[in-house]
Design a binder for this molecule. Structure first.
Ligand code: IPD
Length: 299
């Protein structure tokens, strides 16, 4: 609970920084200053500034905890069992650069490599999702006060907003599938094949989901599944900071995070580590979750 309180405070300050960057007269804070692994993997001054704000604030309060953030991560550094903040300062950087308001600050906290506290805040809509292990998943809506602070716009609403729709299997679902920034080799081919099979009509061997969305923020996608306006979210290529915060929000709302790969040895694994990088998030009717995952794996 104490970590969650710290998340509330720092998320509001980070949200103000993002809004100020968006409203600033110069566009340097929203223009990407660099690319990472390829020209579709963007980073801005604001990603770096927000990560610094978050890490400095959290580590000054909790100096013995570790910090893993998207912008300062040193490739190859393993996640260990220590209490660790796992943070994406701007999840949806491509949206941010394009002014598309599906962007979030994703604050996760892991103990023994499991997500136990999560907060996901979209400063453009003011929607904030949060959860602690065993404490349920919640949502509230904030609005900026104009002097750098935020106030509550609505009463907080307990998730689930409604019962999950009574689906089992892919028929009639709304699915989020991301392009991600990795557009090459077998990873890209898997994404294309999955997209193709999900959307195709049944007579042509497809699954005939209702529709698919590519929204651009893994953390918000997980919250969308938790809330039930997306039924399934699949991605290969995410990092722990993309999913740590949303993971606990989803599971506290009754959803599951399964392996995004079909089991290669025939043994189903329903527990995957937060560093796994290939995920399938589902919140179906109780009893329908595993069936849905298995049907997805079949594709
Ligand atoms: C990305 C977003 C995107 C997902 C990518 C992530 P970033 O995070 O979550 O939706 O497809 O895999 O890397 O780079 O905007 O923080």
């Amino acid at each position: 609970d104490e970590v969650l309180q710290s998340f509330f405070e720092v998320a509001k300050r980070a949200g103000t920084t993002i809004l100020n960057a968006t409203n600033s007269q110069t566009s340097s804070s929203t223009t990407y200053l660099d690319t990472k692994k390829n020209s579709a993997d963007l980073v801005t001054e604001t990603d770096k500034a927000v990560e610094k704000l978050i890490s400095t604030t959290l580590l000054s309060k909790y100096p013995t905890f570790k910090f893993m953030g998207e912008e300062t991560y040193k490739p190859g550094t393993p996640l260990d069992d220590s209490p660790t903040f796992i943070v994406d300062p701007i999840d949806g950087t491509t949206n941010f650069v394009h002014g598309h308001p599906y962007v979030s600050i994703a604050l996760g906290f892991a103990l023994e490599q499991k997500s136990v506290v999560g907060l996901v805040f979209n400063p453009y809509t003011g929607i904030m999702y949060y959860a602690t292990k065993g404490g349920g998943a919640w949502k509230k809506v904030l609005e900026p006060t104009g002097d750098g602070d935020w106030k509550l716009r609505n009463e907080r609403v307990k998730l689930p907003i409604g019962e999950p729709s009574a689906f089992a299997g892919l028929d009639g679902t709304m699915v989020a599938v991301e392009w991600g920034s990795d557009r090459s080799g077998s990873n890209w081919q898997t994404k294309v094949n999955t997209w193709n099979r999900l959307g195709r009509s049944k007579d042509e061997g497809g699954a005939m989901v209702h529709s698919a969305r590519c929204l651009g923020s893994a953390a918000l996608n997980l919250c969308a599944v938790a809330e039930g306006h997306v039924d399934i979210y699949w991605e290969g290529g995410c990092w722990a900071w993309d999913v740590c915060a949303g993971w606990i929000i989803l599971t506290e709302a009754g959803g599951i995070m399964a392996d995004g790969n079909p089991p290669s040895d025939g043994n189903e694994r329903w527990e995957i580590p937060i560093t796994h990088r290939k995920y399938l998030a589902v919140r179906a009717a109780p009893g329908g979750q595993k069936e849905t995952v298995k049907e997805f794996w079949g594709h």
